[in-house]
Design a protein around this ligand. Structure first.
Ligand SMILES: Nc1c(N[C@@H]2O[C@H](COP(=O)(O)O)[C@@H](O)[C@H]2O)[nH]c(=O)[nH]c1=O
Length: 156
């Protein structure tokens, strides 16, 4: 059975990048994956001054709104690096927080889909045929954590 998620307050809301699960990456604490992801858009770009504002945004919605401003200049390699950046952040989130790691592992081999009606890159889009890269990232992270746990048992 496919598992759909989207908003934090809906079922499986902890799979949303807007869920309030902080991550430490390279010495910096980010309040949500969304804060980190939106800030990475501007690393080494002419608009890098926005990064501390995104970092300090009081909510992930505000972080996303700052990062989505169409007049700012994104880093040139953004389309090449964004899925890897997302994977690193999502992996860190589920390695850091044991309670939601259990929720992810309990989904077994079910297909996970970000049920975004507006995003057919990270989600499935309104027609449900989108690329679902966030769902794919979560499934890949689930697999990696399972492998890490089985290695931990072997070397115990
Ligand atoms: N969950 C969720 C969203 N989806 C998230 O938006 C991000 C994509 O942003 P961008 O690349 O700037 O279009 C990505 O983290 C995706 O999972 N968007 C929302 O407006 N509200 C929400 O509750």
């Amino acid at each position: 059975m496919t598992i759909y998620f989207y908003k934090v307050w809906q079922p499986y809301g902890c799979f949303s990048n807007f869920s309030l699960h902080g991550i430490h990456i390279e010495g910096t604490y980010w309040p949500t994956v969304e804060h980190y992801y939106q800030a990475q858009k501007f690393v080494d770009s002419a608009d890098a001054a926005i990064i501390p504002l995104i970092h300090a945004a009081p909510t992930p919605e505000e972080a996303a709104s700052l990062g989505r401003c169409s007049t700012r200049q994104l880093r040139r390699d953004w389309n090449l690096v964004k899925t890897q950046i997302m994977r690193e952040a999502v992996l860190k989130k589920f390695l850091t927080h044991a309670d939601i790691r259990e929720v992810l592992l309990m989904t077994g081999d079910e297909i996970l889909v970000e049920n975004s009606p507006t995003d057919s890159f990270w989600g499935c889009g309104a027609n449900k045929a989108g690329l679902n890269h966030l769902g794919k990232t979560l499934m890949s992270v689930r697999e990696e954590i399972r492998n890490l746990l089985s290695l931990a048992v072997i070397y115990e």
